[in-house]
Write a protein that binds this ligand. Structure first.
Ligand code: SF4
Length: 107
């Protein structure tokens, strides 16, 4: 018996040719601070694979980097910061919209 198709592609999007980060310097996606993450976030916002990336990152339990517009802190971060990042990835996956820091929202 064949397994049922999920209807969504939850494979790692970082091998897909149409990702917005294709061919870019990967260092941009591994900033030391959330402030330095802005460049990567702007790239993710334009990515056609944003939702897939958020779903994959949430399932993979990624740490330390920018995925689907969300800065995920490293393993040494507080539990609260890790949980916040997980919640933001889930929000992006559920809505298909990039995560925008409240300070970056347009009034
Ligand atoms: S959402 Fe961002 S990190 Fe994910 S594949 Fe697209 S550009 Fe790359």
């Amino acid at each position: 018996m064949k397994p049922k198709m999920l209807g969504r592609n939850l494979s790692d999007p970082h091998h897909a040719a149409d990702r917005a980060c294709a061919g870019l310097n990967t260092e941009v996606f591994f900033p030391d601070t959330i402030t330095e993450a802005a460049e990567a976030v702007e790239i993710c916002v334009q990515c056609p694979l944003l939702t897939r990336c958020a779903e994959w990152a949430a399932r993979a339990g990624v740490t330390d980097g920018v995925f689907a517009s969300v800065w995920v802190p490293g393993l040494g971060a507080s539990t609260q910061d890790k949980n916040t990042a997980r919640a933001r990835l889930a929000l992006v996956a559920a809505t298909g919209l990039p995560y925008v820091e409240p300070s970056q929202e347009v009034a």
